[in-house]
Design a protein. Structure first.
Length: 75
């Protein structure tokens, strides 16, 4: 996830999203868009996404594991 964000901010200079985060700049700013990509938000986003995905997977796996074989074969 960090590679596309870094490319968008460095390579494209925030084209298309600069107006959302920097008021009165327009879609294509005429200056370098400042940004700082530290590991803490990246790791926090990964951790939250991991917890959400794993909790969803655990629930569906548990439901499939406790289903009787006859019901599982019917579905």
């Amino acid at each position: 996830m960090t590679i596309p964000v870094a490319f968008w901010l460095v390579g494209l200079n925030g084209w298309g999203i600069a107006a959302i985060f920097l008021p009165e700049t327009g879609a294509a700013p005429g200056f370098d868009v400042p940004f700082r990509l530290t590991p803490t938000p990246v790791l926090l986003a990964f951790l939250i996404a991991f917890v959400v995905v794993m909790s969803g997977n655990l629930y569906s796996t548990w439901r499939a594991a406790i289903a009787p074989p006859r019901r599982a074969m019917r579905s």
